[in-house]
Design a protein around this ligand. Sequence first.
Ligand SMILES: Cc1cc2nc3c(=O)[nH]c(=O)nc-3n(C[C@H](O)[C@H](O)[C@H](O)COP(=O)(O)OP(=O)(O)OC[C@H]3O[C@@H](n4cnc5c(N)ncnc54)[C@H](O)[C@@H]3O)c2cc1C
Length: 421
Amino acid sequence: MVGAGPAGSAAALHLARAGVDVLLLEKSGFPRDKVCGDGLTPRGVHQLVRMGIDINAPGWMRNRGMRWVCEGRQVEIDWPRLGSGPDFGLTRTRRDFDDLLAAHAVAAGARLRTGVRVTAPVTDRAGRIVGVTAVAGPDKEPVRFRAPLVVAADGASARTALQMGLERDPRRTIATAARRYYRSEDRSHDPYLELWADLLCSRTGRDLPGYGWVFPLGDGRINVGLGALPHRRHGAVDLRATLDRWLPRLPEEWGVTEENAASPLRSAALPMGFNRHPQYHRGLLLVGDSAGMVSPWSGEGIGQAMEAAEVAAETIALALARPAGPGREHALRQYPTEINRRWGRHYRLGNLAGDLVLGRYGYRPVLHPRVMASPPLLRTLARLLTHVADEPPRDTIDGVLHALMRAVPRTRPRARSAPPS
Ligand SMILES: Cc1cc2nc3c(=O)[nH]c(=O)nc-3n(C[C@H](O)[C@H](O)[C@H](O)COP(=O)(O)OP(=O)(O)OC[C@H]3O[C@@H](n4cnc5c(N)ncnc54)[C@H](O)[C@@H]3O)c2cc1C
């Protein structure tokens, strides 16, 4: 396993529970920071519950829904009460979250080695990955590990996948986002994740092709940030300047000022909409940001990384139960098929929405005053953005969303040509 973010640690945990000997290699040491909004929607919470993580323990901050703010109006949309998942979201800093998840993977039996930076895949004559090389510790001692299967969970850099020849799909978007922590007793216990749809780009004065957020952390701090999709209409968005233009609009009593800043502003990339494929290739499974699994609708990627990790772990455990050869390969190709079954249509539609609307005009058209005045439309929108619905459908909104998804043609996971012999 290369990388111990949510993708790597969740995959390691599920694999260890399935009795597989798993080695988790992480270049950093825990606890460590990760630039993120720190927010989980119910689908992500569902994954934590499935891993047996105690979300009632101190340190977790619950939210009951989203509050959208646009043109002076605001609406609160509670997470749906579904039969098949939690009806709340969570926040927790990634410094804590990733540390906790890695510790759970270790408690389940995974072997974690921190301070080990993977440098290259080791391949056999047929081009199949059979291990990795790395440098370990402060002296950068060269090391080599062998494994029948490797999971690339090394995040947006996707270095392992790239070195195996898996280029990024140029048609898929890479958004950028930035966040900063502030001390704000006033907002830190807000029961809603707040999202602003009418931010203006500093340079062009046009709507930001993205949104701003204020997420409560429950510990006296809030996570404030903004993200933008790239589009030629806007050129490069200066996130810092756009943030500076937005913050004075926040109520004064929240105290989101320079004196209350609790961290520097940091930004990072969000690889979206399945931007790297195939997700299984010659012994390598791509999970999380390394496969561009961030939702093109919302910019969430933690829940997706953990859910894909569970699918990958189950696929690997079943594949390893077969002897090496065509039967095992057949089992491994089930991974992209299952990922595509779960998200393929939702992401295709999201990619289209990103190209046609969100990347051009941002979220303001989506939060048209008529939509904001209509609770059923808002509830539908919330489920569409966060991919939260019962299957089979249990209510009218589920039914509408399922019909919409069925109207989107399925994609077939792309196979790669055979390696040169
Ligand atoms: C500003 C911002 C805000 C965001 N907000 C949210 C949000 O609120 N909610 C949400 O769901 N998602 C959010 N995301 C997306 C989310 O952060 C990612 O989708 C998520 O972290 C993906 O998890 P991952 O495990 O695939 O990758 P990462 O979390 O990036 O983990 C990769 C790990 O691999 C390690 N690694 C990398 N290279 C190597 C190597 N060569 N050798 C060994 N280890 C290596 C890294 O150190 C890291 O620990 C946000 C992203 C950004 C940039």
